[in-house]
Design a protein around this ligand. Sequence first.
Ligand SMILES: Nc1ncnc2c1ncn2[C@@H]1O[C@H](COP(=O)(O)OP(=O)(O)OP(=O)(O)O)[C@@H](O)[C@H]1O
Ligand SMILES: [Mg+2]
Length: 503
Amino acid sequence: MTEPIVTIRNLTKFFPGIKALDNVHLNIRTGQVHALIGENGAGKSTLVKILTGVYFPTSGGIMMEGKPLQFKNAIDAQSAGIVAIHQEASMFLELSVMENIFMGHHKRNKRTKKLNWKEMKEATSLLLKQLELPIKPETLVKNLSVAQRHMVEIAKALSLNAKVVIMDEPTSALTTREVEDLYRIVRQLKKEGKAIIFISHKFEEIFDICDYFTVLRDGQYIGEGHVKDVTTDDIVKMMIGRSIDQMYPTREVTIGKEVLRVDSLSQLGAFRNISFSLHEGEILGFFGLVGAGRSEVVRTIFGVDKKSGGSIYLDGKLFEPTHPSDAMAHNIALVPEDRQQQGVILQMSLSNNITLPIIDSICTKGWTHRKKEMRVAVEFGEKMEIKAAGYNVDADTLSGGNQQKVVLAKWIATNPRVLILDEPTKGIDVATKAAVHEFVAAAAKMGLCVILVSSELPEILGMSDKVLVMHEGEMTALFDKSELDSEKIMRSALGEFKEKIHG
Ligand SMILES: Nc1ncnc2c1ncn2[C@@H]1O[C@H](COP(=O)(O)OP(=O)(O)OP(=O)(O)O)[C@@H](O)[C@H]1O
Ligand SMILES: [Mg+2]
């Protein structure tokens, strides 16, 4: 193997009450895609943030091309050639693509020192063309899809002439096609001799695109190797110290009476004619590619968005929510997909976050019962296996996956009858994923009705009693458990069976 371009030795990072990294070492090589693997809270993002000058290490260091590096800030790391696309979006939404790309390293006229927008626009066009992205330099970033924003961040990395490009869960919000685009770009970067660090909880991505891997557990280095020499099971064992024999619980299903019925529900411009019914104890999978309209349907049932046609019935009675509070009053809970924007309040403590929807039950005359609040928070936090320094810490100190678990805990604490989960295991590690599935199965067994929106076919197949498939805002199939077949579901999601239902 070639000499590493970046070497990390004995890297340790303390946060109050937590050792996020404990004597970690890592070698990064050019022309190689290096997977950084570990459970939620293992220390992956912390390592990335140290490599990019966002955090200082407590001890240990980084060498690049044989020289020790000490970054005072992110700009230092950029100038050294290390650029990251972080787990949380870090773009300026109100600015244009080119302004974002050249933020911090504007091109100036050599003589007058004035900003040279013409040159920056040309350079941006060239970068976008190189990446085969159909985006204009002047477009405001807020008008781009999440995937396109990621691509712009990659363009920015190229504009900085980065030698090391780090991607922290870049695919969690991408459609299948966009993932292909990203793979293409990763391969291109690799060919150009960049070193790439790739973080993902999806094993198929690690096997598709990565050459080498390093595993962290509880902030410690566990092992490394060539991806081609290992199996998923080997990696799981390194990650959590044991294998997981069962990803999906075996379920005994007793279906009770009908609770929710949706009849030709439509929302102009988003979805049309969605119909299904949901009984006690039942899990309805909602499958489709990202952007098929599934989130919009569940948001309408929850009273966030307004319907333009059709009806919703709860216990046989017409239900017309105009606000989420209507849905909550009827014990419907929705765990939203975009948890960073709609789910956790980052500047609020863990316990406050978890008890937020049930604040009335732990308050009297405006005073919160702290003890009761803490008891509820701990009870549901433990159910979701949240890892944090304590329940008083702010949510923004939690790892990405643990923030997701906070949102799950928060809605489950409302004791719902209808539980709607929008991509509940996105960004969650294997072991916790199995725990979430276990929990959902247990909830259904207790008589809850569950709508499980997921873009992961194995999850849909492993959990659902029936599956509704959507494609471009339309319902293309409704399969019963006995008819579940991955190929049929996939083809319906691609819109191939449309005639069957609407014909
Ligand atoms: N700013 C911070 N203050 C306090 N603790 C922090 C801070 N940032 C991270 N931590 C803690 O450090 C540990 C490692 O977190 P990190 O975000 O690196 O995990 P991760 O491996 O990226 O997990 P995930 O897969 O969930 O994204 C966690 O226990 C987290 O709570
Ligand atoms: Mg992370």
